[in-house]
Design a protein around this ligand. Structure first.
Ligand SMILES: Nc1nc2c(ncn2[C@@H]2O[C@H](COP(=O)(O)OP(=O)(O)O)[C@@H](O)[C@H]2O)c(=O)[nH]1
Ligand SMILES: [Mg+2]
Length: 200
């Protein structure tokens, strides 16, 4: 699949307000500053579609983009942003949770993990919670161009092996770089495959 058409639809405060036309959805989520906007822009090949920002935590709504008039790319707020108040963190967590738990058209969530650091508890907790809730997800390791191959492999293996302590089956994972468009064909193929195989 290539992305021929990518357009911003709207932003929503909660799952129940999101579009109801039933088009299938793929969501993108990760810690603030993980490289989510950059990855979305890279995938859609539209610079500035999802705002790339030096200020983490700016995306605090559920943003919908319509792709090829066929499916929605959903940009979820980042989790674990320390600089917002506890109250606001709770509101954001409830928004994210409400979407991921209740969203019927959601085919899969891509959870972005910064490949530049060893496994972080907040990411492991988030992924484990998705697993427990039965939400289908895949991992996308970001900013891999910044890493030496051996260090990259060490961080990826460490993350997967942490998950392996809890889960028998590991999620699919993608190695990505927005800088070099690494992982783009693989992710788009994967999305394509899930779209084809979805029960109608
Ligand atoms: N070298 C490199 N830097 C990246 C990559 N992806 C994102 N960044 C940088 O990481 C910072 C955060 O990126 P952004 O996409 O705004 O993250 P978000 O907060 O998760 O949406 C920015 O300074 C980006 O330029 C990547 O693949 N390679
Ligand atoms: Mg962003």
């Amino acid at each position: 699949m290539d992305i021929l058409l990518a357009e911003f639809v709207s932003s929503f405060l909660k799952e129940s307000a999101c579009p109801k036309d039933g088009r299938p959805e793929f969501a993108f989520i990760g810690r603030s500053n993980v490289g989510k906007s950059s990855l979305i822009n890279m995938l859609t090949a539209k610079k500035g579609l999802a705002k790339v920002s030096g200020t983490p935590g700016k995306t605090q709504l559920i943003n919908f983009f319509l792709i090829n008039n066929q499916w929605y790319l959903v940009d979820l707020p980042g989790y674990g942003y320390a600089k917002v108040s506890k109250t606001q963190q709770k509101t954001l967590a409830a928004m994210i949770d409400g979407y991921l738990r209740n969203r019927k058209p959601l085919l899969l969530a891509f959870v972005l993990i910064d490949s530049n650091v060893p496994p972080r508890q907040i990411d492991l907790d988030f992924v484990n919670a998705l697993g427990t809730a039965g939400t289908p997800f895949a991992l996308a390791f970001t900013k891999t161009d910044r890493m030496k191959k051996t260090e990259l492999e060490r961080n990826v293996e460490a993350f997967l092996s942490e998950l392996g302590k809890t889960w028998e089956t590991l999620p699919p994972h993608f190695i990505t770089s927005a800088q070099y468009r690494t992982g783009r064909p693989e992710i788009l193929e994967y999305i394509s495959k899930l779209l084809k195989n979805r029960p109608s």
